[in-house]
Design a binder for this molecule. Structure first.
Ligand SMILES: Cc1cc2nc3c(=O)[nH]c(=O)nc-3n(C[C@H](O)[C@H](O)[C@H](O)COP(=O)(O)OP(=O)(O)OC[C@H]3O[C@@H](n4cnc5c(N)ncnc54)[C@H](O)[C@@H]3O)c2cc1C
Length: 456
């Protein structure tokens, strides 16, 4: 199939070099891709046509929703970008069930659902896409009350590698339904999700600032409180980079309370130290979303770890980084609550025992990257989250998908994508497909040959 034929088949736009808007269409937030073709898919049939085109022309594919993945997974060089952004509808179906196109952003979703007094715990940034966030999990401002965003998914429509459009739920294909909730987009292109939204018009949300001199005390007190706090409270402790302020950067504790006795719930947080400012106020839920973009060409080094418990040793290592890596932004997100109530084998996202996520963003890659990597070697987390990794490696993949999840995913992948069409450094390869390193970037036919050999 040629590009002209593709244009005749798909209802969305097909862009190649020289077309208006092609340069922008090839980019994500952090990556300047140079794909051969960008297919803006308006329907599941468009996605199937784009997959067929990629296969016919032996081209790798990248799937794009909001374009926010820190590893730039939503584009490629010389391949086909399947851009789902035209599929951005948000429909309220009744009884709290909503159907959302994967091209919508979470800011759009929150604004639309608020009109019906509904909300979904998703993330913290308006421009993040529904497709990418739900591919990995979704740790939002109400995660302790309502779980990960994927925990609220009740069905998904996806196009698998063979071009079949499937609606999967717990009854029709329980294994694929398990997989689409956390497998980092490695099983197919999801075109829409059905989710259960909750009635939540407003939340109490905002920051509490404490002096930098009380960082150690605030960190210890916050972690202790968040291991026993009610599920109504979701909170993050943020330590902004110190390089611009001679280390004197206040500690920020961000709180989001969904209900209950708000002042009583917030009291232990307000008492963590000398309160400099208190900006917690009742706001409509869509107001918790911020927008953040990065300057062109700026690609920070991002790494995260999930920890099953807080320890003085972990605190000491975070404080060490505070002193020695002035370009490092750290946020520690408290988990537990509804997040932890989900059984570990319920979704492809594995780490339900985790109580804290430590997410780190190194702003100055050039001078501190080696120290940053060496420091991470000392941390020994219990797991990692696929959505906060800028330079994913095979070791990261193993940390994101520990056994038995890894084997279960590989077997599922063998069933629905034996040729490893949906491949990336964060995609578990099909069982039996032992890819040598150079094949990871090789053409699709090589991969199919490998798959055939592996099955023999
Ligand atoms: C500023 C910022 C704030 C963030 N905040 C949060 C947060 O609060 N909570 C949180 O959990 N995460 C957060 N993230 C991480 C975010 O969830 C991931 O980066 C996610 O991948 C972004 O989704 P996207 O659709 O915008 O990205 P894209 O780059 O478009 O997609 C990333 C990958 O997801 C997969 N994917 C995308 N769409 C589909 C689809 N339709 N079907 C199948 N696979 C698909 C593909 O593998 C794709 O390559 C944040 C990221 C940024 C940059």
């Amino acid at each position: 199939m040629r590009e002209m034929e593709l244009r005749g088949v798909v209802t969305g736009d097909v862009l190649v070099a020289g077309d208006d808007g092609f340069e922008v269409a090839g980019r994500t937030m952090v990556a300047t891709g140079r794909p051969a073709v960008v297919v803006r898919c308006a329907t599941a049939a468009d996605v199937a046509a784009a997959l067929k085109f990629a296969e016919a022309n032996d081209l790798p594919i990248a799937v794009r929703s909001g374009g926010h993945h820190a590893a730039g997974l939503g584009t490629n060089d010389g391949g086909v970008v399947i851009d789902v952004r035209p599929m951005d509808s948000v429909e309220v179906l009744g009884d709290g069930v909503v159907r959302i196109g994967t091209g919508a952003t979470w800011g759009q979703v929150a604004e639309r659902l608020a009109k019906d007094g509904l909300a979904i715990s998703s993330g913290d940034t308006a421009g993040v896409g529904v497709g990418g966030l739900l591919a990995g999990g979704g740790i939002g401002w109400m995660v302790r009350k309502y779980g990960l965003a994927i925990d609220n998914v009740i069905a998904a429509e996806l196009v698998t590698a063979d071009g079949t459009v499937r609606r999967v739920d717990a009854a029709t294909d329980p294994e694929l339904f398990w997989g689409v909730r956390g497998a980092a987009g490695s099983l197919g292109v999801v075109t829409s999700y059905e989710l259960t939204a909750v009635p939540q018009l407003t939340v109490h949300y905002g920051s509490l600032l404490f002096p930098w001199t009380q960082t150690e005390q605030a960190l210890a007190g916050w972690a202790a409180h968040m291991t026993e706090a009610p599920d109504e409270l979701t909170s993050t402790l943020q330590l902004a980079p110190t390089m611009m302020a001679d280390r004197q950067v206040p500690v920020a504790v961000i709180a989001c309370v969904t209900g209950g006795d708000v002042d009583k719930i917030l009291e232990p947080l307000r008492g963590l130290g000398t309160l400099l400012t208190d900006k917690v106020a009742e706001v409509p839920y869509p107001k918790v979303f911020e927008d953040m973009t990065m300057p062109p060409g700026f690609a920070p080094r991002i790494r995260n770890g999930l920890f099953d418990e807080w320890s003085p040793d972990l605190a000491a290592k975070l404080l060490y980084a505070r002193q020695h890596l002035p370009a490092l932004a750290m946020e520690i997100r408290a988990l537990g609550g509804a997040y932890g109530a989900m059984p570990a084998d319920a979704t492809a996202f594995a780490h339900r025992d985790a109580r804290f996520l430590v997410n780190t963003v190194l702003l100055d890659q050039s001078s501190q990257a080696a120290d940053f990597d060496a420091w991470w070697q000392t941390l020994e987390p219990n797991g990692a989250y696929v959505n906060f990794l800028s330079h994913p490696t095979e070791a990261d993949l193993a940390t994101c998908y520990p056994e038995p999840h890894r084997t279960r995913l590989a077997e599922l992948k063998q069933r629905v994508d034996p040729g490893h069409v949906f491949r990336s450094a964060l995609a578990v390869p099909p069982a039996g497909l032992d890819l040598p390193k150079q094949e990871w970037t090789g053409g699709r036919r090589h991969l199919l040959r490998w798959a055939m050999r592996a099955r023999r």
